[in-house]
Design a protein around this ligand. Structure first.
Ligand code: 13P
Length: 248
């Protein structure tokens, strides 16, 4: 049985005080205990949100990290820094980082390896652009991103990895992939994992869908056999909506 995982990616939203307000509203709501809940907050809010989450079962994620432990990398944040705060997960390779900050499959791979080494669970994002989908290349693109991200990763680490399928054209656009398309692509990702690591991993790896997930479409997505969770942007910034997503 794969435990459903609903993660809110706050992106570059919320000051520390705003973060605390949002997390307070979430944690004091009635939340489904059978669902794993994650909030991916800005670096500046991690510490305070961690303190606020103490005693709850809500997990904490960063939205990015550098792969080196320390050094002359102005403006970067290292896995050691995240680990000391007590971060559980780190989103790696989000399409916004690939698009605006030169994230490449190679840097994604380095970050995934480093996160695992430091006991931080990577949420690896993959997904095609609209152009790639219109050319019918979505499987090819996603397969390449996935295999490059997982290069050199051992089978025993797969249980600590979550994959998020986020078609770029569905992010922040209000256009959700149809639940059939999302299910198809999550199933495709699962097959690739199975081919690389064996049948057992295929059944345990958790795969999220992300892209305009809202309270009115979560149930349909989560009802699909291949979809184990959601990585949510916009709707995770509204406590009431995020709670509805958790309690889908
Ligand atoms: P939206 O839910 O705002 O489309 O964002 C999805 C996303 O990018 C989550 O990482």
């Amino acid at each position: 049985m794969r435990i459903p995982i609903i993660a809110g990616n706050w992106k570059m939203n919320n000051t520390i005080s705003e973060s605390l307000e949002l997390v307070e509203a979430i944690k004091t709501s009635k939340l489904d205990e059978k669902v794993e809940k994650v909030v991916a907050v800005p670096f500046t809010s991690l510490m305070e949100v961690k303190k606020s989450l103490e005693g709850t079962d809500i997990k904490l994620a960063a939205q990015n990290m550098h792969w080196e432990e320390k050094g002359a990398f102005t403006g970067e944040v290292s896995p050691l820094m995240l680990k000391e705060i007590g971060v559980d997960y780190c989103i790696i390779g989000h399409s916004e980082r690939r698009q605006y900050f030169n994230e490449t499959d190679e840097s994604v791979n380095k970050k995934v390896k480093s996160a695992l080494t430091h006991g931080i669970k990577p949420i690896i994002c993959v997904g095609e652009t609209l152009e790639e989908r219109e050319e019918g290349k979505e499987e090819e693109v996603v397969k390449e991103q996935l295999l490059k991200a997982l290069e050199g990763i051992e089978k025993e680490d797969i249980e600590n990895i979550v994959i998020a399928y986020e078609p770029v054209w569905a992010i922040g656009t209000g256009k959700t992939a149809s639940s059939e398309d999302a299910n198809h692509m999550c199933g495709f990702i699962r097959r690739i994992i199975g081919e690389k690591y064996g049948e057992d991993t295929k059944d345990t790896i958790r795969i999220q869908y992300g892209g305009s997930v809202k309270p009115n479409n979560i149930k349909e997505l989560m009802d699909k056999v291949e979809i184990d969770g959601a990585l949510v942007g916009g709707a995770s910034l509204i406590a009431e909506d995020f709670v509805k997503l958790i309690n889908y």
